[in-house]
Design a protein around this ligand. Structure first.
Ligand SMILES: Cc1cc2nc3c(=O)[nH]c(=O)nc-3n(C[C@H](O)[C@H](O)[C@H](O)COP(=O)(O)OP(=O)(O)OC[C@H]3O[C@@H](n4cnc5c(N)ncnc54)[C@H](O)[C@@H]3O)c2cc1C
Length: 464
């Protein structure tokens, strides 16, 4: 059966898809949203929200363990994973309910079921769900991503991905994390705080390899202090599991014994089996090829979120969804600057960045100036007993005025500083623009202020 048609049919109700639906409905467009599992997608149910709940529980565990160090009599009696999971699931459940209410209140037609994109039916095409056809003047593909593994490494039992890692009933004693990217270091951090022995294995020469090298060095140092072992530049060659444990083999000949192996080697685009290829949608290594307006090669068919090459982040998906809705409504929004999307890794200590790394900036501008401000000089960071630093990258040589094109931060809670950092980057601010802005004392935002003061040539609490 075919429906009467909508302005917009969206396939996938994750961050990208539902944001597009909400904005399009707000702009007066008729919207059909098709979702086969749960509204909210990976971010809400298996990604951002549950992992950050675990990381908060980890922070509380560290605080209990370390209270004595600042005269607060406390100790960590243990981790009750059932209690942690109840807390985590409660957060997810409340947000899920709120999101369902929001979608219902905006008059969006919500269709439950697995959809297939088809080109027939007029307009941009249609999505077929259980024999019913939903046609649209425009179609947005937003089917997200899945946890990848390595060839020959089968997921199951003691070899898990982030999906299973979020539902563990007990804390592993020893765990190997394969992959030192965002997801890998976040789980490594949680399990270490919960008392596990953790080893991270990363084939590239450094942890968080997409970040500025400065951030990797800071994080590696902090992980060493936390006794999280990081084996970087080391290739994994295989794993065997028994009832008692898993043996992980490395190219160096070394073997690691653990209770669990977390495979966190990246996420692949979920683009197979939904009719894309059959409809002639251009794909590149499984990702949907789009132009700067997120248009696919088929007229009026767009793609948003993790299926589009680039940063796989929920807020990028939101932004792309909003962008497409506004484009369809004729608002002609400016293209999204991928480098202006803030990036936060929520391990302890946190890593936060926006803009270009020093290497990228050198490639683009030739001459750059950098400035690093150590959190040792920041009162609030001392109070929190965290260490780390803020690094600024400015376009142009020392002595010239140029925009700040990269902000990189490592330290406890620095993720909260990314709001200001992204304004600085996205508004092309120069150090001289930021230097006169007053930062509340004592806050960690002062570290950003101090860094810009120093870059503008008038350092305050900075040693020469
Ligand atoms: C462990 C983990 C932690 C993360 N932490 C963060 C974080 O802290 N911050 C951050 O910004 N990002 C984080 N991410 C990434 C974030 O979750 C993704 O970038 C985001 O969810 C992508 O949104 P999306 O809409 O593209 O896809 P998804 O959220 O994956 O949504 C796609 C939806 O499409 C549905 N679907 C697929 N195929 C069909 C079909 N044929 N028919 C109907 N429905 C279909 C799926 O069921 C799913 O609900 C994390 C990811 C993981 C795995």
């Amino acid at each position: 059966m075919a429906d009467s048609g909508a302005n917009l049919v969206i396939l996938g109700g994750g961050s990208g898809g539902y944001a597009c639906a909400l904005r399009a409905a707000e702009l007066g467009l008729s919207v059909t949203l098709v979702e086969k599992d749960k509204l909210g997608g990976t971010c809400l149910h298996r990604g951002c929200i549950p992992t950050k709940a675990l990381l908060h529980a980890a922070e509380v565990a560290d605080a209990a363990r370390e209270g004595d160090q600042i005269g607060v009599k406390s100790s960590l009696a243990g981790i009750d994973m059932a209690g942690v999971n109840t807390y985590k699931d409660g957060v997810v459940g409340r947000l899920y309910k709120g999101l369902q209410g929001l979608v219902a209140s905006r008059g969006i037609t919500y269709v439950e079921g697995s959809g297939t994109f088809v080109t027939s039916g007029g307009g941009a095409g249609a999505v077929e769900v259980n024999g019913d056809r939903y046609t649209g003047d425009n179609v947005v593909l937003a089917t997200g991503s899945y946890a990848r593994s390595l060839p020959g490494l089968e997921i199951g039992g003691r070899i898990i991905t982030s999906d299973q890692a979020l539902t563990l009933n007990e804390v592993p004693k020893r765990v190997v994390v394969l992959g030192g990217g965002v997801i890998g270091v976040e789980f490594a951090s949680v399990w270490r705080s919960f008392g596990a022995e953790v080893t991270v294995v990363e084939a590239l020469p450094r942890l968080v390899p997409n970040e500025d090298e400065f951030a990797s060095k800071q994080l590696e140092r902090a992980f060493r202090r936390r006794k999280i072992a990081a084996k970087t530049g080391v290739k994994f060659t295989g794993a065997n599991q028994t009832d008692d444990g898993v043996t992980v083999k490395l190219e160096s000949g070394e073997t690691l014994e653990a209770d669990l192996l977390l495979v966190a080697v990246g996420r692949g685009p979920n683009t197979a089996g939904h009719g894309y290829e059959e409809a002639g949608i251009a794909l590149d290594r499984g990702f949907v090829t789009v132009d700067e307006k997120l248009r696919t090669n088929r007229p009026n068919v767009y793609a948003v979120g993790d299926i589009v090459p680039g940063l796989q982040l929920a807020h990028r998906g939101f932004q792309q969804g909003i962008f497409v809705a506004e484009t369809i409504a004729g608002l002609n929004p400016p293209p999204i600057d991928e480098a202006g999307i803030p990036r936060v890794t929520y391990c302890e200590p946190e890593v936060a960045s926006v803009g270009l790394t020093e290497a990228q900036a050198r490639e683009r501008f030739g001459e750059v100036q950098t400035l690093t401000y150590d959190l040792a000089g920041n009162g609030k960071s001392q109070i929190l007993r965290t260490s780390g630093a803020v690094k600024l990258v400015k376009a142009g040589a020392e002595g010239t005025s140029g925009p700040v094109v990269g902000v990189h931060m490592v330290g406890g809670r620095v993720g909260e500083l990314i709001g200001e950092a992204q304004l600085i980057y996205n508004w092309d601010a120069h150090a001289e623009d930021v230097a006169p802005l007053v930062h509340a004392h004592p806050t960690q935002t002062e570290a950003l202020g101090e860094a810009h003061l120093a870059l503008a040539g008038k350092p305050l609490h900075t040693h020469g």
